[in-house]
Design a protein around this ligand. Structure first.
Ligand code: SAH
Length: 271
């Protein structure tokens, strides 16, 4: 039989995830509005057939033009297909410098924020000496995007997520990308760290708490650096950098506060 090719009804009816519209957070709402605007009339995302590598190089080029990001980090970001970590309805936005919903009220971090935080970790004395992030702990695996970028820059990565649904999603996402080494993914409460995999040369949190959990400080190796969004008096949430310095055999932890940021909350327990 000849005639026009028909798509199955399920393809025609694909829409942006409706549940995100119920979220009060403005960036989630805005991302959904943008996704609906960019989605094609037949329901397929405009990103489905794009040359993702060229679009990704342009995103990295825009970040490079800002002149403030580490080249090693930019090279890693140029190699990781961010569109594989978001819903296909949002793929067209995967290479814009924006946070996007990943379900369960959580977001994938903005590329510039990922670049900035990993740059801070690579700028520590220990990382400069090694030329790598060394052994890394990430708290808040989310969709696994940042874990993939870290895996390109680290000797070993352990990443913890408290939401089982996202932990499972990250596992699937990370299986689809080629990485020099597989991250160890843990479903658990990242506030207690993961002493069995530590101590860590680098610790990075993708969710913001009231203060830095003691377990993280304890699991930070001598010469190691931690970067975490944390509440600061009178300033809302800021990026806090903590260095484990050893002098004359004595450890001390040097804390500095950086710019204001807005991360999802660091919560306790697992779901
Ligand atoms: N790096 C992620 C960003 C995810 S958003 C990415 O690239 O997609 C932050 C994540 O931190 C959320 O998935 C949230 O569930 C998780 N989170 C919040 N509190 C946590 C905790 N105590 N332990 C582990 N994960 C936590």
């Amino acid at each position: 039989m000849t005639g026009p090719k028909r798509f199955p009804a399920s393809l025609k009816s694909a829409t942006a995830p409706q549940r995100e519209l119920l979220m009060p957070q403005r960036h989630l709402h805005q991302a959904t509005v943008d996704a609906a605007r960019l989605a094609r009339p037949n329901g397929k995302s405009a990103g489905a057939g794009m040359d993702s590598s060229a679009v990704r190089q342009r995103m990295v080029g825009r970040l490079r033009a800002e002149g403030k990001f580490d080249e090693q980090v930019l090279a890693a970001m140029a190699a990781v297909p961010r569109h594989e970590f978001v819903d296909s309805a949002l793929a067209a936005q995967a290479y814009e410098d924006t946070a996007l919903p990943i379900g369960h009220g959580q977001t994938i971090s903005k590329p510039s924020v990922v670049a900035h935080m990993l740059g801070l970790l690579l700028a520590s004395a220990g990382a400069r000496q090694r030329g790598s992030l060394g052994r890394v702990l990430e708290i808040g695996t989310g969709c696994g995007y940042q874990a993939a970028v870290i895996a390109m820059l680290a000797r070993q990565l352990t990443s913890i997520e408290r939401l089982q649904a996202l932990h499972d999603k990250a596992k699937l996402n990370l299986q689809r990308v080629v990485l020099p080494r597989s991250p160890r993914l843990i479903w658990g409460d990242g506030r207690i760290g993961h002493s069995a995999s530590g101590p860590f040369d680098s610790i990075i949190a993708a969710a913001g708490g009231e203060d830095i959990p003691q377990a993280w400080t304890e699991q930070l190796a001598p010469g190691g650096r931690l970067v975490a969004p944390t509440a600061a008096r009178g300033r809302g949430q800021v990026l806090v950098v903590l260095d484990h310095v050893v002098e004359g055999g004595v450890s001390r932890w040097v804390r500095s506060e950086h710019e204001a940021v807005l991360f999802v909350p660091l919560k306790s327990g697992v779901v």
